[in-house]
Ligand binder design. Sequence first.
Ligand code: SF4
Ligand code: SF4
Length: 254
Amino acid sequence: MTTRRTPTLAVFKLASCDGCQLTLLNCEDELLALAGEVKVAHFLEASSAVEPGPYDLTLVEGSITTPEDAERIHTIRAASRRLVTIGACATAGGVQALRNFADVDDYRRVVYAHPEYVATLATSTPVSAHVPVDFELRGCPIDRRQLLEVITAYLAGRKPDIPGHSVCFECKRRGTVCVTVADGTPCLGPVTHAGCGALCPAYRRGCFGCFGPAATVNLPALIPLLRRDGLDEDAVGRFLHTFNAAAFDKELKP
Ligand code: SF4
Ligand code: SF4
């Protein structure tokens, strides 16, 4: 009789706030079931006990902002059969990608008392800009249901069932009144990836795009609506330049 090998799961962190790793820890009940199916071989946020790769499934949180991490991600990729990036930092560079549109030394001087000790790259980039990635799970932070779907899908050897449609789709499905149509509130829902269940419009607020771009995005069509609803050119730029700044900026390029 052959015994089935328990698949291994690894979680790595780059430049990030840890919120997406906390989403995994917050799964609680599901984690107990998961623990029976996978061996958590590397997850420093949960345990200092680590095992060397190769890992069957690796989750990576955070963006590449240092020369060390630009090297380290290649080692992580080489040790991973499947590599999934989780969250706005890992999939789009995160809020720290604001440096991509400014002089990083200016930021360094303003933020740190001793900038001379901070070694950083001039840009913050997603993991996919450095190594091949099997799947990108969006969100700031990610949604726990989508995370569990991705993990169970790869453990079962199938493609994750994560629809690429926009927040508007979720908004309509839950019967929320459109804040743009009803109130003239600027909303990035038409271009933002689904996953949160249209949380902000349910509280009569516009979406500010924390899940990053949907699979298909038409920013040139949305921007005139944002202008109509009171945002001038600078305000539109600030609206788009938050957690997924680099990803939305890329969508504006022809
Ligand atoms: S409120 Fe926003 S997310 Fe909801 S339908 Fe309107 S534009 Fe789309
Ligand atoms: S900002 Fe948009 S994507 Fe983020 S929670 Fe609100 S509605 Fe969802």
